[in-house]
Unconditional design. Structure first.
Length: 420
């Protein structure tokens, strides 16, 4: 006798309803079941429909069953595999509930075209309304993401490891040279006076580099079987910059493909540094080409380094998130650390061993980076205010700013909890 999901006893598999032996449902060919991702104490999978661009988050059991719906195995056969893996059998009613859910979301083949249209419209509306707050606002550019496939067909070869690895390493060498010669580069900018059009050209090229950075994510996503859902402009306090949403990355089975998609933007920046590095090293020793090269080398190197920081929710953070197969690494690490501080080891007992190691390591890494950065920021800001006014006034201003920051963070945390 086996046990069903609700704890009731079921007869042997041979006595299951006949329809379980005959039914061989399958997912539509555009539906992808993503890999296991650690989120706090749980494990989740994302299911994406490439035709409707709709996403569904499910648990390990649902993901296993969906991955088995290939149209060849019967539900009875899948049930045996499920019982072997999870130690429980699915009853008739559980199968009906699961298939009803999948059918209502248009994931089974065949699906009603009208239903798919409604799902597509609902998913598009959700994307348009997502991420809109005083600190974050996205404005998609209509049709921009449709440019990715033709670009990927022409330039996708740049992502081949045999080409990408040498180019990326060359870009990192340029970054190292810029870091070693930072004082000289910065001094040349301060001493030189370039025409206004050189400054305008530098700004234009810098924006182009940021745009190509985001386009690089889209091209990599397309190369590994995904599709960018949006490309546009984003207000992220206090900056306006291009962005590219590559939501399909959570369904890539290969960890290296997920990491590479997040790294693709930095890779574009590294490649873009190469001609400016050559111009600085082997071009004229003065004049506007020299100054333009210095400006773009400084900007490009800072862009690479900032994007690599794992404490900012930029490319480096997402690379680490994908490399560890986690979801919400930063917020979950904060919850983990809070639970440990409040209750000690008992507060994190429910976390799997792997999750404890990951969240503890990320918390330590964040403290090692943000701690010195905060001390440096406060020191520089205090010195600046003390020179302008007085040490007492500087201390009062810093105290007031600290209170405002704490109040804002408290409000943001409460708002997130209320939404959750």
């Amino acid at each position: 006798m086996t046990i069903a999901e609700d704890g009731t006893h079921l007869p042997p598999a041979g006595e299951n309803p006949a329809w379980l032996d005959d039914a061989r449902p399958r997912l539509r060919h555009t539906v992808r079941v993503g890999p296991a991702l650690t989120k706090g104490t749980a494990t989740v999978h994302f299911v994406a429909d490439g035709q409707t661009q709709a996403y569904l988050q499910v648990g390990p059991r649902e993901a296993f069953l969906m991955a088995c719906l290939d149209g060849e195995r019967s539900l009875a056969e899948i049930g045996v595999e499920y019982a072997t893996r999870f130690g429980r059998r699915l009853g008739d009613e559980h199968w009906r509930q699961l298939l009803g859910l999948l059918a209502s979301r248009g994931l089974l083949d065949p699906a009603d075209p009208g239903l798919l249209d409604r799902i597509r419209e609902k998913a598009a509306l959700a994307r348009r309304s997502e991420g809109r707050s005083p600190l974050l606002w996205r404005m998609p550019i209509p049709g921009a993401h449709d440019l990715v496939p033709p670009v990927a067909r022409r330039l996708g070869w740049l992502l081949r490891p045999i080409i990408a690895v040498p180019l990326a390493l060359s870009g990192l060498v340029v970054c190292a040279l810029v870091a070693l010669n930072w004082p000289a580069l910065y001094a040349s900018l301060q001493e030189a006076r370039s025409p206004w059009w050189v400054t305008a050209l530098g700004i234009l090229i810098s924006w182009a580099m940021i745009g190509l950075h985001e386009f690089g994510h889209g091209v990599a996503c397309h190369r590994y079987g995904g599709r960018p859902t949006q490309i546009g402009l984003m207000w992220r306090f206090p900056l306006i910059a291009p962005y590219c949403k590559v939501d399909d990355v959570v369904t890539f089975r290969g960890t290296s493909h997920r990491v590479a998609t997040s790294f693709a933007g930095i890779y574009v920046n590294l490649v873009a540094l190469l001609p400016f590095g050559a111009l600085w090293l082997w071009g004229p020793d003065s004049g506007w080409p020299h100054n333009l090269a210095a400006t773009l080398l400084l900007f490009g190197t800072v862009t690479v380094l900032v994007n690599l920081l794992p404490v900012l929710q930029l490319d480096g953070y997402h690379m680490l998130e994908h490399a560890t197969s986690t979801l919400g690494l930063q917020s979950e690490s904060f919850r983990f650390a809070t639970a440990f501080v409040r209750r000690g080891p008992a507060g994190v007992r429910d976390y799997p061993s792997r999750a404890r190691w990951i969240y503890a390591a990320y918390t330590g890494l964040s403290a090692a980076i943000l701690g010195p950065a905060l001390v440096l920021l406060v020191t520089v800001w205090f010195g600046t205010l003390a020179d302008l006014w007085s040490p007492t006034a500087a201390a009062l201003v810093l105290t007031a700013e600290g209170i405002l920051v704490v109040a804002f963070l408290t409000w943001a945390l409460r708002r997130r909890r209320s939404r959750g």
